[in-house]
Design a protein around this ligand. Structure first.
Ligand code: SPD
Length: 415
């Protein structure tokens, strides 16, 4: 594939080119295994996306507005012409051309016999195990850090009206939900996030009766909230019904409470729901959002949090997932600055938990109190212990509750 008269800046943007190449592979129906890209000094990019069906490779010459791409596929499941078109648009090429070549003359190929058993992955070489034929890697990355999980294929992959909803069958963490290529939850470590986002506020509010969850379509947050028998109603507003569908189908233990009688599940825009809610109508609002890109962007604005503050009751608490201090430093700082401007300097607290499948593993939550609720002073340790034992919680306990608010110095410094 040849692309002429492209925008030079686009051909020098290594992160953008990698995304465009992966997108071109994805749209053509290929399964991405991994990719590696390199930026040359002072300009030019080369890179390869390895796909299950072979590879895509690119070399760019920004000084000539020219890029050449090779797409090698195997079988007939990938349509290379879709990639051609996607890249032409991505690079804003004035004109382009492509040639399709057949490789490997069938007449010259002779099948060899070999012992398939001897080629098995050592770890899966257990008598009776199926032979794994497609171990590939899912990678979540920004331009500096990447997190990869090996998987055995996708169980769900749908472009909804809002985002790409996928469920991967990972080898180490069970089924994993991703939205637009970002890990949301996995069967094996979901409990850390869901126990911490719910029980910390629930066990420090004097008498919570009504809770609102914005987002949280996988159902984990609702499941944990509904363990608190004193709660009379949980309203959950999820914008994307495909997230609910994927979770019910492939994350049944996380989605376990989505049909609970006390849960009022609404498929709608959470921002609109909050704007339309009456003053003081919720004791607890949990913002269980995705990262601040795509449909969740509006959930990270001053206007939205002011509205959340308005709908909280006198002693109401807002808890949000507040990203990783290390991975999303800029957003992390902004979040705390914004909340403090609304709830007051001393009414906003940060706490941490360790979630191996989120970038850097260090994840933060914010606890903002409208009235007198306090995350440590308000904790009745005996109640917390009894609740933990009764519900056989796997991460939360009274010790973790207190320790989660002890912040490393660099995090204190940031907020
Ligand atoms: N980068 C990961 C942020 C995920 C936040 N939400 C997760 C949803 C789990 N219910």
């Amino acid at each position: 594939m040849e692309y002429y008269d492209c925008t030079p800046e686009l051909l020098n943007d290594v992160v953008g080119i990698e995304k465009s190449m992966e997108n071109a592979a994805d749209e053509a129906g290929a399964t991405i295994i991994n990719s590696t890209f390199h930026h040359f000094s002072p300009y030019g990019v080369s890179g390869v996306v390895v796909i299950q069906e072979s590879h895509l490779a690119i070399h760019t010459w920004p000084e000539y507005g020219y890029a050449s791409v090779d797409l090698f596929t195997c079988g007939d499941t990938v349509n290379p012409w879709v990639s051609y078109q996607a890249l032409k648009e991505a690079f804003k090429a004035g004109h382009g051309s492509a040639v399709e070549l057949s490789r490997g003359e069938m007449a010259l190929l002779k099948r060899k016999n070999f012992d398939l058993q001897s080629m098995r992955d050592e770890k899966s070489a257990v008598e009776g195990d199926p032979i794994r034929t497609r171990d590939v890697w899912f990678t979540e990355r920004d331009d500096q850090i990447a997190l990869s999980l090996k998987h055995d294929g996708k169980l769900y992959d749908v472009q909804s009206d809002f985002q790409k909803v996928s469920v991967y069958k990972t080898l180490a963490y069970g089924n994993m939900l991703t939205l637009d290529g970002m890990v949301m939850t996995t069967e094996k470590d979901e409990y850390v996030y869901h126990e911490m986002i719910t029980h910390v506020p629930m066990l420090t509010h004097p008498n919570p009766k009504r809770a609102l969850v914005i987002g949280g379509g996988d159902g984990g947050t609702a499941r944990e909230l509904l363990k608190h028998e004193g709660l009379e109603e949980v309203v959950m507003v999820e914008i994307d019904e495909k997230v609910i569908e994927a979770s019910k189908m492939h994350l049944p233990t996380i989605a376990a409470a989505l049909d609970h009688p006390k849960l009022n599940l609404i498929i709608d825009d959470g921002i609109k729901y909050v704007n339309d809610s009456a003053d003081g109508s919720f004791d607890l609002v949990i913002v269980d959002s995705t990262d601040p890109v795509g449909p969740a962007e509006g959930l990270f604005t001053v206007e939205f949090y002011k509205e959340v503050h308005r709908i909280l009751s006198a002693d109401g608490i807002m808890v949000t997932q507040s990203e990783s201090p290390r991975f999303n430093s800029k957003v992390f700082k902004e979040i705390y600055q914004t909340y403090r401007g609304i709830f007051g300097q001393d009414s906003v607290h940060c706490y941490l938990a360790y979630i191996p499948t989120y970038p850097t593993g260090m994840w933060s939550f914010s606890y903002s109190s409208k009235g007198k609720a306090h995350p440590l002073v308000g904790l009745n340790e005996d109640n917390a212990t009894a609740f933990t034992n009764q519900n056989k919680l796997k991460y939360y306990n009274e010790g973790i509750h207190k320790a989660a608010f002890a912040l490393p110095s660099f995090v204190k410094e940031m907020i």
